[in-house]
Design a protein around this ligand. Structure first.
Ligand SMILES: [Zn+2]
Ligand SMILES: [Zn+2]
Length: 255
């Protein structure tokens, strides 16, 4: 009885989100025992998402699963007005704010990962956390996407523990009332762990910050992948509920 709030049917633009393609994600979600799922395309591919097909599917499948409409937005400091416009283009149930760029550097993209060799890792973590805190402060989004994505290739800070970089971000999340996702995509990446790591998840629980779950699926076969592990980690930290969204209103779901 899980939820999956982070799904990209269009992936990076290589698929067409027709009725059959979206259905294959829903079919797999049902097979995985997911009771609620949200499509959350990247903002740059949203134009290829057909809201009418989504609405049709939502009604057709309502006996089996609750479908939600979300969007994942690349956070760029100073572009708040443009991001707000993207959020108003459809009647979204929720939005995910994600940092994929550090001062123009696409650090999570395989083509640019050598950027980690040219920079000080502690400084990268510091700057990443700083931009993440700005994203939270903008109050534009409902969910913090893959909170410690900066570890994706396995680089670890030297002078401080990774969690120390995130403490100020967590305070800001607490203050603004955002939800943090446990994103299982990290299990498929070189780092081989969930976003967030266990110690960070415990800090979230201690601050009573609500969580949701997301597989970050870019293909039907990845739908719900790793969420059992994500939920097990959440339970170990102390969580007993996840949070869903309807028209940006948080809804507590016991798991
Ligand atoms: Zn992302
Ligand atoms: Zn994503």
């Amino acid at each position: 009885m899980l939820v999956d709030y982070h799904v990209h049917a269009l992936a990076h633009g290589e698929y067409e989100a027709d009725h059959a393609w979206l259905s294959s994600f829903v079919d797999q979600a049902c097979r995985m025992g997911i009771i609620e799922m949200g499509f959350s395309e990247h903002d740059e591919y949203m134009a290829g998402f057909d809201f009418n097909i989504f609405q049709k599917l939502k009604i057709e499948r309502q006996q089996e699963i609750d479908l939600r409409l979300g969007i994942e937005i690349d956070y760029f400091p100073g572009m708040e007005k443009e991001m707000a416009e993207k959020l108003s283009q459809a009647d979204f149930d929720y939005s995910i704010g994600s940092v994929h760029f550090i001062d123009g550097w696409a650090f999570d993209h395989p083509d640019y990962k050598q950027g980690f060799d040219d920079r000080n890792i502690d400084e990268i973590y510091f700057r990443y956390a700083q931009i993440l805190a700005q994203m939270v402060s903008s109050r534009l989004f409902d969910i913090v996407g893959h909170i410690d994505l900066v570890k994706i290739w396995g680089h670890r800070p030297q002078r401080q523990k990774a969690v120390d970089f995130f403490s100020p971000v967590l305070q800001e999340i607490k203050r603004t009332g955002m939800v943090v996702e446990i994103n299982s995509a990290g299990l498929r990446k070189p780092v081989g762990e969930l976003y967030p790591a266990g110690d960070l998840l415990t800090m979230l629980y201690d601050l009573s910050i609500p969580i949701t779950l997301g597989s970050d699926a870019h293909h039907p076969q990845q739908m719900g992948e790793g969420l059992e592990e994500a939920w097990a980690a959440a339970r170990r930290a102390g969580y007993r509920t996840v949070t869903g969204f309807k028209k940006h209103r948080p809804i507590i779901i016991p798991v």
